[in-house]
Ligand binder design. Structure first.
Ligand SMILES: NC(=O)c1ccc[n+]([C@@H]2O[C@H](COP(=O)([O-])OP(=O)(O)OC[C@H]3O[C@@H](n4cnc5c(N)ncnc54)[C@H](OP(=O)(O)O)[C@@H]3O)[C@@H](O)[C@H]2O)c1
Length: 361
């Protein structure tokens, strides 16, 4: 989500006018001043009951990520009393405009258009080590990328309608799967604007989520959407169905084939079409290893609209959760590369490098 906003503060003898053209919410810590919630394009009249002075005029334009500058400015004008950004939690993340530019050609079109009308724009994105590992082992907390890349992930989340992971990640990490970018819903923005829909692929409904799972905690706090859980179980456990329903989430029941070895084989095209039919125009697929490796099978490569991979300067060593799709062979049985990228761009990003590309079909 790319929010533009501008504001003006004007001092008058007994009132301050604020005009806000963003989706930011203004609130005041000073109980002596009453302020309504303000929304896009509304002009606000703040009537203080105590005397104070602001500079006679101030004007600022910028992106939603600049909202903290607005807060700083407000703090300067009314030290300790006027807090225009008090609705922004402390863990909110900034991602500067200058870092957004290079990503734009690799993201879903901002106007919501999509060259593939029946399925969403799909971005495959993850952070990997030099030895192609996503984590030291399933569930081992593994810091791979630097702070800038992490902030980028939250920006990417704000630009997609859905964020998909496998049940392995859900079980191992108890993930938040929300967006903490300044300016999105729950972080200074309105409602749940800019918050992606979490989607968990869980063929056997083995994810034992409870109301204490982070995802639901964030729902309660108005900082994230309830999840959709994709399963092959025709009748998932009633208590889990009820919990999802209570928060506004749901199970999405699909046919998922099971191989002789017991491995589940999701038809990615079928799932993506179903997600589009459920109103998602863009989905980012974040992992983990099994999800990514299956998506990188030849028959599904065409489903991937864009690839954004952060490569961090570390080797995690053998035994990690590895991105390495199944080996391919040509008609003569000779081994060939599993997949290759085209239109490749490399962007140094802090100590990491971000690779943006498409799959070469
Ligand atoms: N570095 C990063 O950017 C990043 C991102 C995400 C996750 N991770 C890490 O990755 C690790 C988890 O990875 P993982 O490979 O163990 O788990 P995963 O890929 O998240 O989930 C694997 C499970 O999802 C289901 N699944 C996956 N692909 C499927 C398909 N094509 N069809 C049907 N079901 C499918 C299967 O469930 P069933 O076994 O029930 O059939 C499978 O066991 C965690 O440690 C997490 O922290 C890292």
């Amino acid at each position: 989500m790319h929010l533009s906003w501008a504001f003006a503060l004007q001092d008058a003898p007994n009132q301050t006018q604020m005009m806000l053209r963003s989706r930011a919410t203004i609130s005041l810590r000073d109980p002596a001043i009453s302020v309504p919630r303000c929304s896009l394009g509304r002009r606000l009249m703040l009537t203080p009951t105590s005397r104070f002075s602001l500079p006679s005029f101030a004007f600022c334009t910028g992106e939603a990520s600049d909202i903290s500058k607005l807060a700083l400015y407000a703090e300067k004008c009314r030290p300790g009393r006027l807090n225009m950004a008090s609705s922004i939690p402390k863990d909110a993340i900034e991602f500067p405009d200058s870092d957004r530019e290079f990503l734009e050609p690799h993201l879903p079109p901002i106007d919501g258009s999509n060259p593939t009308p029946d399925s969403p724009f799909v971005t495959l994105t993850f952070a990997t080590s030099l030895d192609s590992s996503l984590a030291l082992s399933p569930g081992a907390p593994t810091a791979i990328s630097g702070p800038q890349s992490k902030a980028m992930t939250h920006y990417l989340r704000s630009r997609h309608d859905g964020i998909l992971i496998g049940v392995g990640t859900a079980v191992a990490d108890d993930p938040s799967l929300n967006c903490r970018l300044v300016g999105v819903g729950g972080y200074g923005g309105e409602g749940l604007d800019g918050q992606p829909r979490p989607i968990v692929v869980d063929p056997t409904a083995r994810w034992n989520f409870t109301s204490n799972s982070k995802l639901f905690k964030l729902c309660r706090e108005g900082k994230g959407r309830p999840p959709w859980v994709v399963t092959a179980v025709k009748e998932p456990p009633a208590e889990k169905v009820a919990l999802l329903k209570e928060y506004g989430g749901k199970y999405v029941v699909m046919d998922i084939a099971t191989l002789d070895v017991g491995e589940h084989r999701l038809n990615w095209h079928g799932l993506l079409v179903a997600l589009k039919a459920n109103g998602l125009n863009s989905v980012m697929i974040e992992g983990g290893g099994q999800v990514i490796n299956s998506l990188l099978e030849p028959r599904y490569l065409q489903e991937i609209s864009s690839i954004i991979v952060t490569i961090a300067p570390t080797w995690l060593g053998k035994g990690g959760v590895v991105v390495s799709p199944a080996r391919r062979h040509d008609d003569t049985g000779k081994a060939i590369p599993a997949a290759r990228l085209s239109g490749v761009k490399w962007y140094p990003f802090g100590e990491d490098v971000v690779l943006c590309a498409k799959v070469k079909l």
